[in-house]
Ligand binder design. Structure first.
Ligand code: ADP
Ligand code: 5GP
Length: 213
């Protein structure tokens, strides 16, 4: 089979727009897709497991990783540190698998400016309305009213960065958004930079062409 390079697929959205739901659907669609498990200094929520949702670290451990250059990107969000460990990302894309990131706008900018930028693809998920965003946070049933209000206050800050993303989707109908996401990923996998085997293929075409002259 023809080898390919993996993509760094960055998904961002204000909390409640549907990013985690869409990420889960993408992972179910393509089992080869690897979720980038971030490190964070925030406390685990009920049901969250170290190494699955996040690596839950002490602040010193987190800062040591940053100092040692082990984070592809990192940011301070809602009073806690978050970061994407670089090692697994490089290994995964070199093995021809895509990595899915759930990071905020600060993470998107840093990945854009990293040496892996040419393999990165960023998608921003917008809610259909602010009323619907609040409704989704409420029906998700994960947070109390105070936390929901805090998330709503932060949502505009996140939305205001929509303009730096490659693609922007309004997550109105979930199935339609999922289908659009898949279309984007399938097209991006065909980018020239993602298909290193093409070099050889074109060389072969050239020698065949010259033989026929
Ligand atoms: P995020 O990860 O962006 O914070 P979630 O994926 O947790 O958001 O979604 C928030 C809530 O909204 C969940 O209860 C989810 O089932 C629901 N939801 C997500 N997308 C849609 C959609 N297109 N239409 C209706 N409800 C949605
Ligand atoms: P939560 O604490 O609700 O899981 O995440 C809060 C916010 O932090 C979300 O907007 C999420 O996208 C962002 N986030 C999670 N992991 C990372 C990361 O590794 N880097 C950055 N920059 N943001 C992250």
């Amino acid at each position: 089979m023809q080898d390919r390079r993996g993509l760094l697929i960055i998904l961002s959205s204000p909390s409640g727009a549907g990013k985690s739901t869409l990420a889960k659907r993408l992972m179910a669609w393509d089992e080869g897709l690897k979720f980038s498990v971030s490190a964070t200094t925030r406390a685990p929520r009920e049901g969250e497991e170290h190494g699955r949702e996040y690596y839950f670290l002490e602040e010193k451990q987190f800062k040591d990783m940053v100092t040692d250059g082990q984070m592809l990107e990192h940011a301070h969000v809602f009073g806690n540190f978050y970061g994407s460990p670089a090692g697994p990302v490089k290994e995964t894309i070199d093995a021809g698998r895509d990595v899915l990131f759930d990071v905020d706008w600060q993470g998107e900018i840093q990945i854009r400016n990293s040496d892996l930028a040419k393999h990165a693809l960023s998608i921003f998920i917008l809610p259909p309305s602010i009323t619907e965003l609040r409704r989704r946070l409420e029906t998700r049933g994960q947070d109390d009213a105070a936390v929901i209000n805090k998330r709503m206050q932060k949502s505009w800050d996140e939305i205001s960065h929509w303009g730096s993303y490659d693609y922007v989707l309004v997550n109105d109908d979930l199935d339609a958004t999922e289908a659009r996401l898949k279309t984007i990923i399938e097209a991006e996998r065909l980018r020239r930079e993602q298909q290193p085997w093409l070099q050889n293929h074109v060389r072969q075409l050239q020698s065949e062409y010259e033989d026929t002259q």
